[in-house]
Design a binder for this molecule. Structure first.
Ligand SMILES: Nc1ncnc2c1ncn2[C@@H]1O[C@H](COP(=O)(O)OP(=O)(O)O)[C@@H](O)[C@H]1O
Ligand SMILES: [Mg+2]
Length: 245
C-alpha cells in the first residue's frame, strides 16, 4: 500500500494526516517526506527530475509507504508525473486533506482536477475533511469543494473521513510521539502530582495527564476516519493468500 498525501495548499494537515492518521494504521509502513529530500540546507527547493526518478525507483523497493508531499513541491511533482507518464500508478491512493477556509477549498479543487487529469481515478482519490469544528455542519463548511464534486465526481468525498480540530496535534508536534501509545500510558499522574513538591514538577505532570486525555479522545476519531477511507479494502497483492489455511 503506497499512499501519497497531497494538496496544493499548505496548512491543510498533510503532515498531520500522514503521521497520525495513516502511519500508525498501516503495518510496516515507511514515511517519506518529499520536502526532506532537498531540505538539507534548510531551504525549500523545487523537486528535481533526478530526485523524482530516485523516488520512483525507491518506491518499487518498498511494499508500504506514506509519501507526505510538501506544498512547495506539488506543482513540480505533478509536472514530473506528467513527464514520467503512468507514474501515478505507483500510488494505490492519493489522500487529499482539506480545511474549510475558502482559499484552501479552491486549492483542493485544483489539486483534485490536476490529479484526475493525470489519470488518477476517483476511486483512488480521497478527501479528508480536516479541522472540522464542533457543532459545525460539515456539508455547509465545505460546500465549495462538495458542490464541485457533486458536479464533477473526480474524487471520493465521504463525510465520515473527518477529523475535528484538536490541540493534541500541536502538543505532540515534533516529538515523534505516537498517539495510541500516549493513550495507552497507564501512569498514575494524579498520585505523582500528589507526591511532587515543586510546582514546576506538578505542572509538567499535569500537562502529561492532559495530553493523555486528549490522546484518548482523539484515537477513536482517527480510527473511524481511517476506516471510512477504506484503504485496506484494496485487493490483495498477487501471491498473497486471503483464505485461512
Ligand atoms: N485536526 C487538527 N486540529 C488541530 N490542529 C491541526 C489539525 N490538523 C493539523 N493541525 C495543525 O495545523 C498546522 C498545519 O498542519 P500540517 O499537518 O503541518 O499541514 P501541512 O503539512 O498540510 O502543511 C500544524 O500546526 C498542525 O499541528
Ligand atoms: Mg507538511
Amino acid at each position: 500500500m503506497k499512499i501519497a498525501v497531497i494538496n496544493f495548499s499548505g496548512n491543510v494537515g498533510k503532515t498531520t494526516v500522514a503521521r497520525h492518521l495513516l502511519m500508525p494504521r498501516i503495518a510496516g509502513v515507511e514515511l517519506i517526506t518529499v520536502e526532506s529530500l532537498n531540505a538539507d540546507d534548510g531551504q525549500a527547493h523545487a523537486l528535481r527530475g533526478r530526485q523524482f526518478g530516485e523516488l520512483q525507483e525507491y518506491l518499487q523497493t518498498v511494499d508500504n509507504a506514506v509519501i507526505d508531499i510538501g506544498a512547495s513541491n506539488v506543482e513540480e511533482l505533478l509536472a514530473l508525473m506528467r513527464k514520467y507518464r503512468g507514474s501515478h500508478e505507483d500510488f494505490d491512493c492519493f489522500v487529499v486533506p482539506t480545511v474549510a477556509a475558502l482559499k484552501q477549498q479552491q486549492d483542493t479543487i485544483a489539486t483534485l482536477a490536476e490529479l484526475a487529469l493525470l489519470g488518477v481515478p476517483a476511486s483512488r482519490l480521497k478527501l479528508v475533511f480536516n479541522m472540522v469544528d464542533d457543532g459545525v455542519e460539515l456539508a455547509q463548511a465545505f460546500d465549495t469543494v462538495l458542490a464541485f464534486i457533486a458536479e464533477q465526481p473526480l474524487a471520493m468525498a465521504n463525510t465520515a473521513c473527518r477529523l475535528g480540530a484538536n490541540e493534541i496535534y500541536e502538543r505532540v508536534k515534533g516529538t515523534g510521539s505516537d498517539l495510541a501509545r500516549l493513550a495507552a500510558d497507564e501512569t498514575d499522574y494524579k498520585a505523582l502530582i500528589g507526591r511532587a513538591s515543586a510546582a514546576a514538577d506538578k505542572l509538567a505532570l499535569a500537562q502529561k495527564l492532559a495530553t493523555r486525555r486528549l490522546a484518548r479522545g482523539v484515537v477513536p476519531e482517527l480510527d473511524a476516519c481511517f476506516a471510512a477511507l477504506g484503504l485496506l479494502l484494496a485487493p490483495a497483492l498477487p501471491g498473497m493468500s486471503t483464505s485461512a489455511p
